[in-house]
Design a protein around this ligand. Structure first.
Ligand SMILES: [Zn+2]
Length: 206
């Protein structure tokens, strides 16, 4: 069993070394990485050794809280081991692309170390640009379909002009009722004709 663990560890080291030989960017920038530890990171009062990129960096006491690191741009492996048995370990990789602040939660169950990281501040490294940007430029207002003009209703031929009654024996009023005002033999004419002849509407029947 121990052999197996050792083999696994060797394999892990080999992988790390391969990673280290991959040429990084010409002059990788260095960034400040602030780490806050979860205050309950250790279930037992156990010191934990932090390896960064497989290099022993810090022995974390159970009350460890903050750690300031300066790391170059790129991927870094964080490995947490118990102080006594480095085979009991856990690790994660962070891709550092700027000043940032992480929270590390590290716990030890007695059988294994469990470690997690959570970005508190700084830019999450991304390989692709966020596509959430709304392409407002393409959001043209769709021109409204020009409403088909309603066919102008052919005007209903004017009703026959209203007819009125005009007196033939005196009076200057036209009437809508032939029997109004006791007219005798009234003449039926169009209203415009009545007006043309100078008649005005009778107030009783109009
Ligand atoms: Zn009248």
């Amino acid at each position: 069993m121990i052999h197996f663990k050792r083999t696994a560890l060797s394999l892990f080291l080999a992988i790390i070394m391969v990673f280290q030989y991959i040429p990084a960017n010409a002059l990788p920038a260095s960034y400040s990485v602030n780490v806050t530890f979860d205050i309950n990171r250790l279930l037992t009062k156990q010191s934990i050794v932090l390896y960064i990129d497989n290099k022993k960096t810090k022995t974390l006491e159970p009350d460890a809280k903050d750690l300031k690191l300066t790391l170059s741009q790129g991927r870094h492996t964080f490995k947490f081991c118990t102080e006594k048995d480095s085979d009991i370990s856990d690790e994660f990789t962070l891709n550092i692309s700027g000043d940032c602040k992480y929270k590390f939660t590290v716990s030890y169950t007695g059988l294994s170390v469990i470690s997690k990281s959570r970005l508190l501040e700084g830019n999450r490294p991304t390989t692709s640009q966020s596509s959430s940007k709304k392409s407002s430029t393409y959001n043209r207002t769709v021109p409204r379909a020009t409403p088909t003009p309603k066919p102008t209703r052919t005007p209903t031929p004017e009703k026959k002009e209203a007819m009125v009654w005009i007196p033939t024996h005196g009076g200057k009023k036209y009437h809508s009722r032939s029997g109004c005002s006791g007219m005798k033999n009234p003449q039926k004419v169009t209203i415009s004709e009545a007006k043309r002849q100078g008649f005005t509407p009778c107030k009783k029947c109009n």
